[in-house]
Design a protein around this ligand. Structure first.
Ligand SMILES: O=C(O)CCC(=O)C(=O)O
Ligand SMILES: [Fe+2]
Length: 198
């Protein structure tokens, strides 16, 4: 995977794309430092929406911080993602109006059970992106792989959360899970969305 065109083509052909080296090691280090500096402001991620929203460690154990436009360190990355949103719209006519993103930290021992990213009755999430912010020496024994259930009759695809790797997939298409991490696991996750229907 070498650039936007390959990522867009992979999304068209397969509904997902894995792009190692999307971020430089310097960008990864800067974002990780930003996470560490703001770690105290993260809160436990929940499941469900609005009244149904609840914390459940048996389903997901990560802590998240939603990003704002003025999160300065994240801006170059958000700009790259914004360019990608425009490329997807031109090639796929997806009508992506905006995106939202949060940092996530999975403490050692935590995981996120198999799920689909679209909330029932709220199908504005179209494309999911996950950007890993771990060290480049993350090993198989460290766990924390993103397991994607691509086809019923094939083994799932496990993606190692190596720093700088970007994963994209159609939010309504692939169930996935985060396997238990044995080290603290950091990432930025987000969704390109279509406009809310009135
Ligand atoms: O961090 C990952 O690999 C995936 C996270 C995820 O599935 C989510 O936040 O919905
Ligand atoms: Fe997910």
């Amino acid at each position: 995977m070498t650039g936007f065109n390959d990522a867009v083509q992979a999304l068209v052909d397969n509904g997902y794309a894995v792009w190692p080296g999307f971020l430089t090691p310097q960008q990864v280090a800067a974002l990780r430092a930003d996470i560490d500096a703001r770690r105290a402001t993260f809160h436990a991620a929940g499941i469900g929406r609005q009244q149904g929203y609840q914390r459940d460690d048996s389903i997901r154990g990560d802590d998240v911080l939603w990003l704002e436009r003025d999160d300065v360190l994240a801006v170059p990355v958000l700009d790259q993602l914004e360019a990608m949103r425009q490329a997807f719209n031109q090639s796929l006519f997806l009508g992506l109006a905006e995106f939202e993103a949060h940092f996530a930290v999975y403490p050692a021992g935590s995981f996120y059970k198999r799920h689909l990213d679209q909330h029932r009755n709220a199908d504005t999430r179209v494309v999911t992106f996950v950007l890993y912010l771990n060290d480049a020496d993350w090993a198989a024994e460290d766990g924390g792989q993103l397991r994607m259930f691509l086809h019923d009759d094939a083994p799932p695809l496990d993606v190692t959360p190596l720093g700088g790797t970007l994963v994209l997939f159609m939010s309504d298409r692939y169930e996935h899970e985060v396997l238990p991490a044995r080290r603290e696991r950091r990432s930025m996750t987000g969704w390109f969305r279509r406009a809310q229907r009135p």
